[in-house]
Every structure is written in structure tokens, then in C-alpha cells.
Design a protein around this ligand. Structure first.
Ligand code: ATP
Length: 362
């Protein structure tokens, strides 16, 4: 089912949590609402669920404007960070509870339970109580309780954040598979960009209640719409350096401190312009190149090495494959992948689009 937010505004007293949100989620999408603490992602989800009233605007689920409907009438199911299972009930009873409340006959409940248990691999656990389950198993039961209701839209609020790293990775894969099999619309709140990047069809990046970009993960990563998205997405974070963009003849040039970089593509701009230059760690080449930097810190994870560099006062993060034998204090030559630099207007942070929209091969 399609979900549409139309000029949705939310105030808490005097506080403007969401100034005006327009967002269209197509039927069957897995959309993550992603952003730093306080950006309004939970409020957005809760308004969709009906747990929070909108101040103004419309929310459509399919062809129904649901703003005045009670949560139970919205044909949604929600899974929270805290699993909120009934401790005195077995797994089977927990899962069947919404069906029992709805007055479904016992035989039909059993059929539904069997389907969901099969899908979530809960068959062997049905007679256990929640306290006899691991965190991941409890979360699967919570998912099961949402699934049996067979809603049009699933809402998930940081459902994996109580799990350890290995279980999170496992549950991520399970959720992707579940979404593929069910084909239902899912809206997922997270502040974990790895979850958003791996699971979503599109990510809605929010800041201060304002939607910054709504696009597939690869586009968010490769063409961030503004300096905020650029700095927020990617680990380690992209370097954002202050610089000046100007032209010499037909060539666009960037000045970052003492570095002058000729760009291999055209930029539609007149006169010198203050810009933020975004440089992803993997786009810094270390070992050869026209510039030199001092290694400040080396982090080795085994499969890659992260270098924190100081290039004449400009800090720069580099990511190299494998384990590299460099030490803090050493000087290294480096180069940048000039065709992969991101430019943002210094004043409003917006991406300078012409660079990407009209690339000229180097
Ligand atoms: P987090 O990741 O910390 O949960 P979030 O992105 O989900 O953050 P929200 O919980 O949606 O953010 O909050 C958005 C804004 O609205 C914040 O400024 C928050 O302080 C404010 N807010 C949320 N709920 C209330 C409330 N019940 N009363 C007053 N202000 C609120």
C-alpha cells in the first residue's frame, strides 16, 4: 500500500518538530527514516501509526486519509525497539494474541500461527515463555505478532537496537528476506546508517524535522544532495574541506589551502565561489601524487586501514585496502580522485549539481 505524507506539520507546544513534510512511499517499498537524534523520525512514524496526532496536513495510506483514524483502524502493524511481549504467555499465545482479540476462530488462529512460525523459524520455540528466549528470538516473536495481523503497512521503530552486533547482522538479512517474500510496504526508523543502507529501497534522511534527501542508498552515497547528507552518510565520514572554486581559461579549479586542483569536468559557476569540498576516504590515493601529508593516526581493522592525515593544516581521512605499514609522524605523498570530488555551496550547503549532471571525461 502506498503511503503519502502531504504537508504534514507537527508542533509540541511551541516546539516545531516537523515544519512541513512531503514524502511519497510507493507500495511495496522498504523505506528507512534516518537521521541524528531529535531529527523527527520517530515522530513521523508515530504520526503514521496514529500514536501521535498531526498538527496539520494529511497522511494517506492507500486511498484513505488516516489522520482522524484510530491506530487500530489504519491497517498497520508496528514493531518497537522493546519487544513488549507478554511474559506470562507462551510464544504461540503471544503471536496469536492480536488474532484472539479480533475474535478469529481457534482453527484459523492455528493456521496463521503455523504460517508465521514457518516463515520466522519459530516452530521449535512455540511453547516457551519470552524469558526462555534469546534477544533475537524475542525480536522474531515480536515480528511474528505483527505478521499474523497481515497489515498493509509495517512500521518498525529501531527494532534491532537491543541486539548484539552478530544478531543484528543476522536479523538484517532476515528482514531483507522477509520484505522480499511479503512484498509489503515497510517503514523503518533507525539512526544506524548501515541498517538503512543495506535494507532500504529508499532512504529518507532527516535533520531538524526537515527531509534532506529521499533516494536509493547508492544515490545517497554517491550523490549526496547537500553537505549534511554528505557528512552524515559514510563511515568513516567524508572529509568536508573549505575551499574556493574558480576558473582558469575553460578549466574549473579548486583551491584548498595551498593545494590547487584542476577539475576534470565543467562547473557552471561565475567568479570565485566559496565551497565545501567533499572527499570520501576511498577517493584519497596514498603512495604517489603531487601533495604530501603527515600521518596523524593509523587504524587497522584487518581488511582495511584508515589513515588520518594532515595536509598542510587540512585534515583528511583515507581508506586503504589491507593492512598498511605506515606509522604516525611519517610523511606520505597523496593524490585525490578528482572525478569523484563532491562540491557544495559554502553558504547553503547544497550540492553544486552541474558538476555531476554535466561531466566531461578527463
Ligand atoms: P531519537 O533518535 O533520539 O529517538 P528522533 O529523530 O526520533 O530522535 P523525535 O523523537 O521524533 O526524534 O523528536 C523530534 C523533536 O520533537 C525533538 O526535538 C524532540 O525533542 C521533540 N519531541 C518529541 N516528542 C516530544 C514530546 N512528547 N513533547 C515535546 N517535544 C517532543
Amino acid at each position: 500500500m502506498k503511503v503519502v505524507f502531504e504537508q504534514v506539520r507537527k508542533l509540541f507546544g511551541e516546539t516545531v518538530a516537523i515544519p512541513s513534510l512531503d514524502l511519497t512511499i510507493e507500495s511495496g517499498e522498504f523505506v528507512s527514516l534516518l537521521g541524528p537524534s531529535g531529527c523527527g523520525k520517530t515522530t513521523t512514524l508515530r504520526m503514521l501509526a496514529g500514536l501521535e496526532q498531526t498538527t496539520s496536513g494529511n497522511i494517506w495510506i492507500g486511498d484513505r486519509n488516516v489522520v482522524d483514524l484510530a491506530p487500530a483502524a489504519r491497517d498497520i502493524a508496528m514493531v518497537f525497539q522493546s519487544y513488549a511481549l507478554y511474559p506470562h504467555m507462551t510464544v504461540a499465545e503471544n503471536i496469536c494474541y492480536p488474532l484472539k482479540k479480533r475474535g478469529l476462530a481457534k482453527a484459523d488462529r492455528a493456521t496463521k500461527l503455523a504460517e508465521v512460525a514457518e516463515l520466522l523459524k519459530l516452530g521449535a520455540l512455540l511453547d516457551r515463555k519470552p524469558k526462555q528466549l534469546s534477544g533475537g528470538q524475542q525480536q522474531r516473536v515480536a515480528l511474528g505478532r505483527a505478521l499474523v495481523r497481515d497489515p498493509s503497512v509495517f512500521l518498525l521503530d529501531e527494532p534491532l537496537s537491543n541486539l548484539d552486533a552478530a544478531l543484528r547482522a543476522h536479523m538484517r538479512a532476515e528482514l531483507i528476506e522477509l520484505h522480499r517474500r511479503l512484498g509489503k510496504t515497510m517503514v523503518y526508523v533507525t539512526h544506524d546508517q548501515l541498517e538503512a543502507m543495506t535494507m532500504s529501497t529508499r532512504i529518507a534522511v532527516m535533520k531538524d524535522g526537515v527531509l534532506q534527501q529521499f533516494a536509493p542508498p547508492a544515490e545517497i552515497y554517491n550523490r549526496p544532495a547537500n553537505a549534511f547528507v554528505a557528512g552524515f552518510i559514510g563511515t568513516p565520514a567524508m572529509t568536508l574541506a573549505d575551499g574556493i572554486l574558480d576558473h582558469e581559461g575553460g578549466t574549473a579549479r579548486l583551491h584548498i589551502g595551498e593545494m590547487v586542483i584542476e577539475l576534470p569536468f565543467a562547473v557552471a559557476t561565475v567568479g570565485p565561489r566559496a565551497v565545501s569540498i567533499g572527499i570520501r576516504p576511498e577517493d584519497v590515493r596514498v603512495g604517489t601524487g603531487p601533495w604530501a601529508a603527515e600521518v596523524r593516526l593509523v587504524e587497522r581493522t584487518g581488511h582495511e586501514t584508515i589513515l588520518f592525515l594532515d595536509a598542510a593544516g587540512q585534515s583528511l581521512t583515507a581508506r586503504l585496502a589491507g593492512s598498511v605499514s605506515l606509522r604516525a609522524g611519517e610523511m606520505v605523498p597523496f593524490d585525490l580522485r578528482r572525478d569523484r570530488l563532491h562540491l557544495f555551496d559554502k553558504a547553503d550547503g547544497r550540492r553544486i549539481e552541474a558538476m555531476v549532471a554535466d561531466p566531461v571525461t578527463a
